[in-house]
Design a protein around this ligand. Structure first.
Ligand SMILES: [Zn+2]
Length: 222
């Protein structure tokens, strides 16, 4: 359940980033009175650049998390081999701290370690379990894919809507997509739908307003 929400949260965030940054880019270029074809090129470049940068960032961050996990597990494995009693007491103490009485905690530690000592220590001492283990490539691909899906939404508006209506259409539809995503994310996460929707559309609107202003400024200068 928790890992499903984590995955969904990452997907919603990736799509969110894709919509905000690509819509803002499109609006900025369109506000500088570029032709539809140029707006499309800029938006497509934005999609690719954003997806790659999301993948790279996520890969690096999750890799270093994974390195840390692997190093922790290796040290734990060594300690389990060299001093099993100390390790058993350590595990029992963790259960006592969580509210289990000392005699029972010792039994729990002993029985869990008899079955899978590294697994028990990984889970209860290091907080690493099978479901939440760091997977760099998977994280990178998920981020890139969800960003691209989000970015494709405002980009598809550029293809569908004639140039004069482009600015307004991208802004309105992107805010709509953002609101919808915010509502879905909040609903799944059990948070307030109204507040999440307002928050996400507010920041989206701010980003688009900023690039529209910059685009208009440069459009008149150049
Ligand atoms: Zn340990």
């Amino acid at each position: 359940m928790v890992s499903r929400i984590g995955w969904l949260r990452a997907a919603v965030l990736g799509a969110n980033d894709g919509i905000v940054s690509t819509a803002s880019l499109i609006i900025g270029v369109a506000a500088a009175s570029a032709a539809s074809a140029d707006v499309l090129i800029a938006g497509t470049a934005g999609l690719v650049a954003g997806a790659m940068s999301m993948a790279a960032g996520e890969y690096v961050s999750v890799s270093s998390q994974s390195d840390t996990e692997q190093a922790d597990l290796a040290r734990e494995r060594r300690e389990l081999a060299s001093q099993p009693e100390v390790e058993r007491d350590e595990l029992a103490r963790i259960y006592v701290e969580r509210g289990i009485d000392p005699v029972l905690a010792n039994q729990v530690a002993e029985q869990l370690m008899a079955k899978d000592s590294l697994g028990a220590h990984a889970r209860d001492e290091l907080g690493i379990s099978e479901g939440v283990i760091a997977r760099p490539v998977q994280a990178a691909l998920t981020s890139a894919a969800t960003f691209a899906v989000g970015a494709a939404l405002p980009l598809s508006i550029v293809l569908l809507v004639p140039r004069p209506a482009l600015l307004a259409a991208v802004a309105v539809s992107s805010l709509g997509f953002l609101g919808l995503l915010g509502a879905v994310g909040a609903r799944v996460g059990g948070a307030s739908v109204g507040r999440a929707t307002i928050r996400v559309t507010f920041w989206g609107a701010l980003a688009m307003a900023a690039t529209a202003a910059i685009g208009a400024m440069f459009g008149t200068v150049v």
